[in-house]
Ligand binder design. Structure first.
Ligand code: CU
Length: 81
């Protein structure tokens, strides 16, 4: 997804049981989105400008899993269904 003053899209829908990967690319220094983290999905990383950073996502359990910037101001979520 694109990180440009927020997450676009804010919601990502994934199919249960299908291996998936979230790819973030931060394209502007708007906001405070240098770090993305998700305790629920088990990742935390810096997002260098204009560089893709990806995380494998487990899809074996139905549910909604949030991710956010380092200060939890900007949020997005992954929906597994
Ligand atoms: Cu923030």
């Amino acid at each position: 997804m694109t990180v440009d003053g927020g997450y676009q899209p804010e919601t990502v829908r994934l199919a249960k049981g299908v291996p998936a990967k979230l790819v973030f690319e931060r394209v502007s220094d708007k906001g405070c989105l240098e770090v993305v983290h998700s305790p629920e999905l088990g990742f935390e990383a810096e997002l260098p400008l204009n560089q893709e950073v990806s995380f494998d996502v487990k899809t074996d359990q139905l549910g909604e899993y949030g991710f956010a910037c380092g200060m939890d101001m900007f949020k997005g979520k992954v929906v597994v269904k």
